[in-house]
Design a protein. Structure first.
Length: 262
């Protein structure tokens, strides 16, 4: 599927949990499908604004999840576990599943998208497709998260992943705003334990950067062991935040998969 030239997608409020980036009305009268996006650890809904702009001309409307404790929700308490976050989000999300929809998550967001998809499918509202980005498969051992709760470890970690503006890392005031969300989200990831059922029986596409220091290609491929439907792996040039430089390529992958799904 060929994407037209990206058009700035206007944002619209739809409750505190979701930010809606609508396809330009000059390009399409209504969205053909909705894509619900889950940000990375420490991230916010605006992380997916560039992807929304890329997908808007193809008639794909992006809803981006805004976690508590950041940006306009910075005064709200963090949610400490994957399970609690999803249970709180689902009542806000379900009204938006009345039209064809898909889910996309990056890093921690991939875990949240996967678990949200399982719960929606079990309730009779399966997504058309699930896109999981920058995340090793459940069951792949990791021992790095519990030690990442002090400030120095967190700063070293996000510096190595190269997904944060260096100006933020050098600004003490900004760091004080960012670090609590990172600490909560890493603790959330560390506490997560995958359960084998219910099996997600919808098409799954896993995306990863070929030089991601956290996720090897083989560890990304192992998502096929928990995906009960059609599975595809897409390896793109770049590190953990390959998406920042490969937004157009990711947009093509998503648009093509959703074009076949509907």
């Amino acid at each position: 599927m060929t994407l037209p030239t990206p058009t700035r997608a206007p944002a619209a409020p739809c409750g505190v949990w979701l930010r809606r980036y609508r396809p330009a009305q000059t390009q399409t009268a209504a969205a053909a499908v909705r894509l619900v996006c889950f940000p990375h650890a420490g991230g916010s809904a605006t992380a997916f604004r560039p992807l929304a702009d890329t997908l808007a001309p193809a008639g794909i409307e992006v809803l981006s999840v805004q976690y508590p404790g950041r940006q306009d929700r910075r005064h709200e308490p963090f949610i400490p576990t994957v399970e609690e976050l999803i249970e709180t989000l689902l009542p806000e999300l379900k009204p938006w599943t009345d039209e064809p929809f898909a889910l996309f998550g990056h890093s921690l967001g991939a875990t949240l998208a996967y678990e949200t998809a399982r719960r929606l499918a079990a309730s009779g509202r399966p997504p058309l497709h699930v896109f999981l980005s920058g995340r090793r498969a459940p069951g792949v051992p990791r021992h790095d998260l519990p030690a990442l709760l002090d400030d120095r470890s967190l700063i070293d970690r996000i510096t190595r992943l190269q997904g944060t503006d260096p100006a933020v890392l050098q600004d003490e005031e900004l760091l004080r705003m960012v670090l609590p969300a990172l600490r909560n989200d890493y603790a959330m990831a560390g506490a997560y334990r995958h359960q084998p059922v219910p099996v997600l029986r919808v098409p799954v596409t896993v995306l990863t950067g070929d030089s991601d220091p956290n996720v090897s290609v083989e560890h990304a491929r192992r998502w096929s062991q928990v995906a009960g439907g059609p599975f595809a792996l897409q390896v793109l040039p770049g590190g953990h935040f390959y998406l920042n430089d490969r937004t157009e390529s990711v947009g093509h992958i998503i648009a093509e998969a959703l074009d076949h799904a509907r």
